[in-house]
Ligand binder design. Sequence first.
Ligand SMILES: C[S@@+](CC[C@H](N)C(=O)[O-])C[C@H]1O[C@@H](n2cnc3c(N)ncnc32)[C@H](O)[C@@H]1O
Length: 201
Amino acid sequence: MYSAIDRKELKLVNSVVREFCQKHYEFRAFKQYLKDNHIDLTNKVILDVGCGSGYSSRLIMEEFQPKELFAFDVLPEEIELAKQRGMPANLFVGDVTNILLPSEKFDVVFAFDVLHHVPEWRVALKEINRVLKCGGVLLVHEPRKKALDNLERFLKVHHPMESRFEWPELFKELVESGFHVVERRNLYLGHFQSCLCIKDE
Ligand SMILES: C[S@@+](CC[C@H](N)C(=O)[O-])C[C@H]1O[C@@H](n2cnc3c(N)ncnc32)[C@H](O)[C@@H]1O
């Protein structure tokens, strides 16, 4: 049966080790893409999909001082943890394959390690595209299929087969969902990939 996230992985995701890596490596890569492309996210309307316990949302809040920040996760207990951070953000339980928000509401969407948990990740990309304004920014960070296969094999951490993808598949789907991939990079010795995309005009 599909569950949003393996409990062992959830512990790791909410650990200080993960927070350290996310702040000093993954988020730093995003900031570098934005700088390279002269994109300033300050004072924008931002959405953090699959925000988990809200650490990524906190980084976004501190770094960009958004005009408005929305963040959601499919797990109510993660949203409860996010609320305990006391951020001035709109936090709610929601599903990235059916985002209950108006079209073209956001300047920016962050999708930090979410798509590989969602069997219908292609639908999720189309939903993200729908809620972004034309010319809006999407930042994605995801592990590649090989890394997820190894996690299952050696640590028994499960992810849906349908959402284990290699970079060419993700790239193809981003383009088919209406994005232009501006910059991408391999992280963690190529086990993860991250990219900056722009919604086509
Ligand atoms: C690896 S965690 C990442 C959390 C956070 N973005 C971060 O980087 O720390 C993946 C998150 O995606 C959430 N998730 C899984 N399926 C989802 C869905 N269909 N819609 C929204 N969130 C989902 C999980 O509950 C989990 O909190």
